[in-house]
Design a protein around this ligand. Sequence first.
Ligand code: C5P
Length: 297
Amino acid sequence: MSVTVRVPAKVNVQLAVGGARPDGYHDLANVFLAVGLYDEITVTPAGELRVTCSGPDAAQVPLDRTNLAARAALTLAGRRGLDAAVHIHIAKDIPVAGGMAGGSADGAGALVACDRLWGTRASREELLDICAELGSDVPFSLVGGAALGTGRGERLETLEVGGSFHWVFAMAGRGLSTPAVFREFDRLAEGLPVPGPVASQDLLDALAKGDAAALAAAVSNDLQPAALSLFPELAGTLAAGRSAGALAALVSGSGPTTAFLASDAAAAERIAGSLAASGTCRTARVAPSPAPGATVL
Ligand code: C5P
């Protein structure tokens, strides 16, 4: 017997970052939108905990106990006094170290899958609590859709989305470490006042109306200068997407994946084709949004 759970990637349509906190984290106003690129996590009873991964980026995924999927299984098992004796297989389609919450998706997916496999019947509240323990973006991977994340991003308020938005994602040739991007943010902000992070009302209204042009005018990412500082070639990818007709071009989360908002599905296909041919990225993929959160298949 095995259980498979499908979990979406995310793009941050707003990522407002405050100053560094005493615990090293940053307070955020983080508007998450789940997009239709998915990892599938399958758990099967086994003699001991084991993680495997397939997909084009599989070689970059750690298979030890630092993998968020393994940590999710160990955390749930620990809370119930169980042995986390499962084989976790990750069929990976979300870019690794890409700023699209791929690792977080695997954590949320493994948690939901183990809960079903073991019949532990954790409440939604307990699942969200374990997700927040695993990482700042993991609760959103569980819920999907669209949400405003505050605190370090883990405190979620669901947002209404009045239509679908069509995205193109350009995958880079290498990853970026999220802690390194936050450190670069702190370095660039040194000596400057960092205002408290606040969600943009224009952006929330654009999401609620399903208005792509208004959303394009309101998107922002405070981590973008830091990601560009560590990965200057991304400026060329952003420019290529803009000249291909994207309504908006931005770095996804801590990068280095770049995100392009298109006016409709056909425009997204055209922009993806132009980006793929531009030589400024490894691949380009289209994805609709919003997408549902972790779902047992
Ligand atoms: O919570 P998570 O483990 O996913 O965060 C990874 C790293 O990203 C943290 O160690 C920290 O360096 C940075 N981070 C941050 N502020 C946040 C979220 C993450 O500085 N709100």
